[in-house]
Design a protein around this ligand. Structure first.
Ligand code: SAM
Length: 190
């Protein structure tokens, strides 16, 4: 297939916005795959702030980042991403160039612990106020589970009404695939 699949496209979008030395956010650490990608992208002089509500996710991410020798570039918060603007140091406000939300539940873990639209939207609002112009937020939306469908609807409603003077909003989705595959909503701050 020549068209980019969902996860590679999410990374392509982030790569467009993020340079070595930048400050970025992994809003849902999970198993730490995105945090590792971000840590490698920002390099030694960059910084990643990561959030997850599950201790297990923090531990797994810490281990992965450590194995790859990039743990010192990442600050891990065992807290929800709705605490973002309180936790990312004010010295970094205005400097964040990229953020990833891989929504839903942690694969192989408790499927009742899922991201929810109210906290996801709270974090998006905070990011839009503390990101650098042309910073990109990538939401990978998993809507195959019950709460995922609710979150999808609220997020689409919220993102569709974002003022176009404040942000460009993109939806990237394969529309003829079975079983509710994930899709992307990306927000570029103007
Ligand atoms: N990015 C991850 C990776 O690379 O492995 C996958 C993330 S997983 C699909 C979603 C994660 O979001 C879960 O680990 C879950 O605990 C976490 N989560 C749920 N609510 C959250 C919140 N309010 N703030 C931060 N993380 C949250």
């Amino acid at each position: 297939m020549k068209m980019e699949r969902i996860l590679p496209f999410a990374k392509s979008l982030i790569k467009k916005a993020v340079q070595p030395g930048d400050v970025v956010v992994d809003a849902t650490l999970g198993n730490g795959h995105d945090a590792l990608f971000l840590a490698e992208l920002v390099g030694e002089s960059g910084k990643v702030y990561g959030f997850d509500v599950q201790a297990e996710a923090i531990e797994t991410s810490k281990e992965r980042l450590s194995q790859h020798g990039v743990l010192q570039r990442v600050t891990l918060f065992h807290e929800g991403h709705e605490e973002l603007s309180n936790r990312v140091p004010t010295t970094c406000h205005g400097k964040i160039t990229g953020a990833i939300f891989n929504l839903g539940y942690l694969p192989g873990s408790d499927k009742t612990i899922v991201t929810r639209s109210d906290t996801t939207i709270a974090a998006i609002k905070q990011l839009l106020s503390i990101m650098a112009p042309e910073g990109i937020i990538v939401l990978v939306i998993y809507h195959g589970h019950e709460e995922g469908a609710v979150e999808r609807d609220s997020l689409l409603q919220h993102c569709q009404q974002l003022d176009q003077k404040i942000a460009h909003v993109l939806q990237y989705q394969f529309i003829n695939q079975q079983n509710n595959p994930p899709f992307i909503v990306a927000i570029e701050k103007r």
